[in-house]
Design a protein. Structure first.
Length: 243
């Protein structure tokens, strides 16, 4: 048995939030700590906001995510608002200085309608001049070609089990990649298979969606050290401002 709660705990083990070790985490930490009211869209287990509060953030922090198990872990911290749901259904109106989508969460907006509706809702949640910061993998680098069982990760979970997590790409249709994530025991027994689809938007198409939703791009980088975007950039890091 490998429950949803187990999967959420495993996510934290595989993806620890640590601004001292991970430049991407430090990038978001800097933005969050200087914003009075923050909405983290796709907050998952809430690591970013929980650490912001631990470091002394005194403003409003809100995490939004559709995964009940992830939110159960997030809710261990009770001085942050945790909301179950998706961006497209959000109804906040000019309440936040900053919205974030860290860890490539933006790529879960797969369809055009879902993406457009979500961007409009995020923009509506921001005050005039508010900023939306997010990152997405660069289509040109074709990162999904590395998602194969031979590149599996191993980790010991909180119950002392050695787990193996591997990925297998099932399809690539235009800019949408569908893949399976398999969690196995040390002896190879399959405990869980999860499937997901991610969208890899090119820079020009990303900019068009933002513009149509009422955003202008304030800054865009090809890495966490503010490198320019190029065909070789693994990430596209964007800060967009509500116009």
């Amino acid at each position: 048995m490998f429950t949803d709660a187990d999967a959420a705990a495993l996510y934290d083990l595989l993806n620890p939030w640590d601004g001292a070790r991970h430049p991407g985490d430090a990038f978001y930490d800097g933005l969050v700590m200087t914003a009075h009211a923050v909405l983290d869209v796709g907050c998952g287990t809430g690591s970013m906001l929980r650490q912001a509060r631990e470091r002394g953030h005194r403003g409003r922090l809100v995490g939004l995510d559709p995964d009940p198990a992830a939110l159960d872990r997030a809710r261990r911290r009770t001085d942050i608002e945790w909301v179950a749901g998706v961006a497209a259904d959000a109804s906040w109106d000019r309440e936040f200085d900053l919205a974030t989508m860290a860890g490539n969460a933006f790529q879960y907006f797969v369809g055009d309608e879902e993406l457009s509706t979500s961007l409009v809702a995020i923009r509506r949640a921001l005050r005039d001049g508010g900023r939306f910061a997010f990152d997405t993998r660069n289509f040109q680098v074709r990162a999904w070609e590395e998602w194969k069982p031979s590149n599996a990760s191993e980790v010991v979970d909180g119950n002392g089990r050695t787990l193996r997590v591997s990925h297998h790409v099932e399809s690539v249709v235009d800019d949408v990649v569908t893949f399976a994530e398999t969690t196995s025991a040390h002896d190879g027994t399959v405990l869980r298979v999860d499937r997901a689809s991610l969208r890899f938007l090119e820079v020009s198409k990303l900019g068009a969606f933002l513009s149509e939703a009422g955003f202008e791009i304030e800054a865009q980088y090809g890495g966490w050290q503010h490198e320019p975007v190029s065909d070789a950039s693994r990430s596209i890091v964007t800060i967009a401002r509500r116009t």
